[in-house]
Design a protein around this ligand. Structure first.
Ligand SMILES: [Zn+2]
Length: 239
């Protein structure tokens, strides 16, 4: 007789669950996933919600492996491309103040700790600065005073080897993630055919997005899940 398969980790989408379902998953895996996105122009070829869609897709894939509850994305961001002084991409972004971001981060962490999650895995799909550092700073401030709940604040490229995917905006990495997780939110035919896309003209920063594919997105996701699951397990063991 072959060995039985290990039980599938219990996981779910928080906002879609009944209290008893939440309690069952929480009892097995007291881990919350908080995808943090933005509504930000990502060129003519990608949806403005890319960062949140990407973070939510990655958190869902991670929860399938590590167990726990995935919250809906927070779509409030500061330091979007709208405010970049040298760029003319002023439409299709909602840009909030850094103070609003701080308050939202602090209150999400406090409320999720109040719900007795042991680990809150905060995945920043938007890494504009100081937006990203603000969320990490609020996490560090929370962790300095809490022993029962640990906040992890990170981004996908911090958990994947740079030989696989690097930090980018609307380029090969982000667009491949999106093609994997939400293919209807990408249209590669809107990219230029006769020149390499640029930051100034196309809001593309990083490797050529015309090479993007769902298959690459799946490979990047697998690399992310491996790194992130290890981090969550190490963190849970340290508590
Ligand atoms: Zn992005």
């Amino acid at each position: 007789m072959s060995a039985p398969n290990p039980p599938t980790p219990a996981w779910g989408l928080y906002e879609r669950l009944l209290p008893a379902e939440i309690e069952a998953i929480h009892a097995a895996h007291p881990v919350a996933y908080l995808p943090w996105g933005a509504l930000e122009y990502h060129g003519k070829h990608a949806a403005v919600g890319l960062d949140g869609l990407k973070a939510h897709g990655l958190c869902s894939a991670l929860a399938r492996t590590a167990g726990g509850l995935v919250l809906p994305p927070v779509y409030v961001a500061a330091n979007t491309i709208k405010t970049a002084p040298d760029l003319a991409h002023k439409r299709h972004s909602l840009d909030f103040t850094e103070n609003t971001l701080r308050v939202l981060a602090r209150e999400h962490f406090a409320q999720l700790a109040d719900e007795r999650f042991r680990v809150v895995f905060t995945l920043c799909g938007h890494v504009g600065q100081p937006h990203y550092d603000i969320i990490k700073d609020e996490a560090a401030q929370f962790n300095a005073t809490s022993t029962a709940t640990r906040i992890i604040a990170t981004s996908e490229t911090d958990l994947i080897d740079k030989s696989i995917v690097i930090v980018n905006h609307a380029a090969l990495g982000e667009v491949s993630f999106l093609m994997h997780t939400a293919p209807d939110c990408v249209d590669l035919t809107r990219l230029p055919v006769d020149r390499v896309p640029s930051l100034e003209q196309d809001a593309v920063w990083g490797p050529d997005p015309r090479e993007s594919s769902a298959e690459k997105g799946a490979a990047y996701t697998a690399a992310f899940v491996a790194g992130a699951a290890k981090l969550i397990n190490t963190t849970l063991a340290s508590l």
